[in-house]
Design a protein around this ligand. Structure first.
Ligand code: SF4
Ligand code: SF4
Length: 128
């Protein structure tokens, strides 16, 4: 059976991608920053997670600000950067967490998030 976590994280990446850089209020607060909410410390946490949980040594792209940022976005597979993949500003920073202020989409996000966290715990692949 295919490894479930990479599939679920990929689904999460696809679910949240349209919200990033979309001009939403929560995203717009980072628009002055070249890479929006990405920060070096999260790249470092990603490198540690990939090494410790998957035995993968991630290769830096040469980007001077963010080790894993490539020309067309982050180069790390969604399941190797769980903190980044699960994060979306309208959930984390909004007065009321939502995906596009849509009840069904918001529920779908939290359902998928719960599935991911349960599977990560089961596989011993939780992040700090
Ligand atoms: S995570 Fe937030 S700041 Fe970063 S691109 Fe997505 S919505 Fe914008
Ligand atoms: S999404 Fe990629 S580039 Fe951005 S902080 Fe996470 S690992 Fe670094």
């Amino acid at each position: 059976m295919a490894d479930l976590l990479p599939i679920l994280y990929q689904q999460m990446a696809e679910m949240t991608a349209p919200l990033c850089g979309s001009g939403s209020l929560e995203c717009a607060q980072f628009c002055q920053k070249k890479y929006r909410c990405c920060e070096k410390q999260y790249c470092e946490a990603t490198a540690k997670f990939a090494r410790e949980k998957y035995g993968v040594e991630l290769q830096p792209t040469g980007n001077p600000d963010l080790p894993f940022m490539g020309e067309h976005g982050c180069t790390v597979a969604p399941h190797l950067r769980p903190i980044c993949t699960l994060h979306v500003c309208s959930i984390s920073w909004a007065a009321k967490s939502s995906i596009e202020n849509d009840e069904q989409k918001t529920k779908a996000y939290f359902d998928l998030r719960d599935r991911i966290l349960a599977e990560a715990r089961r596989e011993g692949k939780m992040f700090e």
